[in-house]
Design a protein around this ligand. Structure first.
Ligand code: MN
Length: 203
């Protein structure tokens, strides 16, 4: 078995004007495509090729050292981007509702405080990485950022929402204006999907 890039559930132009069609094409087909190609190259012929990507990322420490870094980077890239495409959608944005909204109120001081903290996490990530809303091991929400293609799952936290702050995610349209890109991301968040992830993670 080998990994492949999942199709988008919407068109390349569906996130306009917040994410331009050219960025979506390059990001999905070329960047995500390269992570998948390099992941397959790294684990080809090993028992790990049959593992679900989520298990690989959760149990990175079980992989032999000879391939661990390649899988951390490229398997992480595959997993992060597979999540990312489903965390956004056309006609989305707004605010969370239901149990996730209540948990944000309880653990993070409300939606406005969450937005500020999430944006700060994205802006504060030096170089390349991601900002996340996660459910931690104590079943509390937290905001954090990870470098490169690391995913919170490796540290035992469940990712509910994440934003890619690598320059390739926004440079064509926003150049150096990462703050503007993050502001636009809020117009694209699929809160229903995040709510479903939250409920699944709560068990
Ligand atoms: Mn990316």
């Amino acid at each position: 078995m080998s990994f492949s890039v999942p199709d988008l559930s919407y068109g390349y132009d569906a996130l306009e004007p917040f994410i331009d069609v050219e960025t979506m094409k390059i990001h999905h087909d070329k960047h995500h495509g390269a992570y998948v190609t390099n992941l397959n190259k790294a684990i080809e012929g090993s028992e790990f090729a049959a593992w679900p990507i989520e298990t690989i990322i959760k149990d990175l420490a079980k992989l032999p050292e000879s391939i661990r870094t390649a899988v951390r980077n490229n398997g992480g890239g595959h997993y992060n981007h597979s999540l990312f495409w489903t965390m956004m959608g056309p006609n989305a944005g707004g605010k969370p509702s239901g149990s996730l909204a209540s948990a944000i109120d309880r653990d993070l001081g409300g939606f406005e405080a969450f937005s500020t903290e999430f944006t700060k996490a994205g802006l504060g990530r030096f170089g390349s990485g991601w900002a996340w809303l996660v459910l931690d091991q104590g079943k509390k929400l937290a905001v954090l950022s990870t470098p490169n293609q690391d995913n919170p799952l490796t540290e035992g936290q469940k990712p509910l929402l994440g934003v890619d702050v690598w320059e390739h995610a926004y440079y064509l349209k926003y150049q150096n204006r990462r703050a503007d890109y993050l502001e636009s991301f809020f117009k694209l968040i699929d809160w229903k999907a995040a709510g479903r992830r939250f409920e699944a993670a709560m068990g």
